[in-house]
Design a protein around this ligand. Structure first.
Ligand SMILES: Cc1cc2nc3c(=O)[nH]c(=O)nc-3n(C[C@H](O)[C@H](O)[C@H](O)COP(=O)(O)OP(=O)(O)OC[C@H]3O[C@@H](n4cnc5c(N)ncnc54)[C@H](O)[C@@H]3O)c2cc1C
Length: 384
């Protein structure tokens, strides 16, 4: 499974529209364990103008050049969150601060804050950020004259399908890698580490799966319940009623952004579970509409994706509710501190009869287990 993260759960995101957590939801339905679903790595994204909402302006380039962050009241708020480094605090601290400013009503009308690079315009217009300056200029915002509006959005899902060092999941013969898999980074990640994760663990999973498959019997072509799946799709395609899938997708994204978003609290998380149940019922009723088979298929795809996003939201909420502390990419307004004594652990999710259960587990120690059948050595993987 290499289906990436679930950025489409959030209204503001920087990813293609079809990365919608399908792998997480499928793995959950199949009975696999998922881990660390409450941890998301956030990044500052364009909040306005609307045409480029979600565009990633790589704000660290601007901040390193000396740009300032202001809230709508004109305060350089970062000094309140990190009195030593201000805007130059780590990405996680900057994003948490930006999220908090917006959550507490000090954001702009576009739910953003202001990044001001006017005083260092010559630097940012001539360095690695020059392309970004051009993108904003093409949308009518001249960074020499005015600040840009940015907000915090999900950049990488750090949790996902639980794997071992060979990409093996808790289901025999099922492998995962990249952002679909979880637990590599813990609660936060360093810049560049997501791609390294995808390359390293993608390759290891590929080798493990290929070696294991080599020793296996061919699967029964009638196995796996695919005929029942096709019958269900046919039945679903003919169901009629309900509202439009796009409205429901927007409502799910609202929950993803506001209720279970970057700044969380227990009451809102509990409310989200009820809202998600209602949204799932609505999504189940949506008609498959469209005046051509292609459009009907597109509509069906969006309905199924939205159903998967609802499942991801439930996983995020369940783990986020259980973890009564703040750590890395998980911030609880009602439990703002790190609590190593009680929460230095993994939260592992699994579905039982359609219900998601969560349990705490000790973080696994170092050490390499037995490789999958057929893999000659755990010591070295030949890369050619
Ligand atoms: C704008 C941006 C910039 C980034 N910059 C960096 C960086 O500088 N350094 C870094 O380390 N990380 C960065 N990241 C994060 C990093 O790119 C991702 O974590 C990484 O690409 C994930 O790779 P992946 O192969 O697991 O998933 P993806 O690259 O997301 O690929 C998933 C694939 O699965 C397909 N798919 C999804 N659902 C289905 C389905 N149901 N059926 C079939 N196919 C499906 C998708 O079409 C897609 O092709 C960035 C991310 C973004 C969005």
């Amino acid at each position: 499974m290499a289906t990436g993260g679930a950025p489409q759960l959030h209204e503001l995101n920087d990813s293609p529209p079809y990365i919608s957590g399908d792998g997480y939801a499928m793995a959950l339905r199949a009975g696999a364990d998922l881990i660390d679903m409450e941890f998301i790595d956030y990044q500052l994204l364009a909040a306005a103008p609307e045409r480029i909402r979600g565009y990633p302006p790589h704000t660290s380039g601007f901040i390193n050049a000396g740009a300032y962050l202001y809230n709508k009241d004109g305060e350089r708020f970062m000094w309140r969150y990190d009195p030593e480094r201000g805007e130059r605090a780590t990405r996680a601290i900057v994003n948490r601060a930006v999220g908090t400013e917006i959550y507490q009503g000090r954001g702009t009308e576009s739910h953003g804050i202001l990044l001001d690079a006017r005083h260092v315009f010559d630097v940012v217009n001539n360095g690695a950020t020059a392309d970004i300056v051009r993108v904003f200029r093409n949308c009518g915002v001249d960074m020499a004259e005015s600040p840009i509006e940015v907000a915090s959005g999900p950049h990488t899902y750090l949790g996902g399908i639980r794997i071992d060092e060979w990409g093996r999941t808790t289901i025999e013969g099922f492998y995962a890698g990249g952002e679909a898999a979880g637990g590599i980074h813990g609660a936060n990640r360093t810049g560049g580490a997501a791609l390294a994760d995808s390359y390293v663990f993608g390759l290891r999973a590929e080798i493990g799966a290929a070696c294991e498959a080599g020793d296996r019997e061919r699967p029964d072509p009638e196995g796996g319940g695919w005929r029942e799946g096709i019958a269900w799709l046919e039945e679903r395609a003919n169901r009629s009623g309900g509202g439009g899938v796009d409205e429901i997708r927007r409502e799910v994204q609202q929950v993803g952004t506001v209720t279970i978003g970057q700044i969380r609290d227990g009451d809102r998380l509990k409310k989200a579970l009820t809202e998600l149940d209602a949204l799932e019922r609505d999504n189940d009723e949506v008609s498959v509409s469209g005046d051509s088979p292609k459009k009907r298929w597109e509509c069906m795809r969006r309905i199924l994706e939205t159903g998967n996003l609802i499942q991801v939201a439930r996983m995020l909420t369940t783990a986020g509710l259980m973890r009564e502390e703040s750590r890395g990419g998980h911030f609880r307004f009602d439990f703002p501190d790190l609590d190593d004594e009680n929460w230095r652990c993994n939260i592992v999710l699994r579905a039982h009869n359609g219900e998601i259960s969560a349990r705490r587990e000790e973080i696994p120690g170092e050490g390499v287990g037995d490789p999958p059948p057929g893999v000659p050595s755990t010591a070295a993987i030949p890369v050619e």
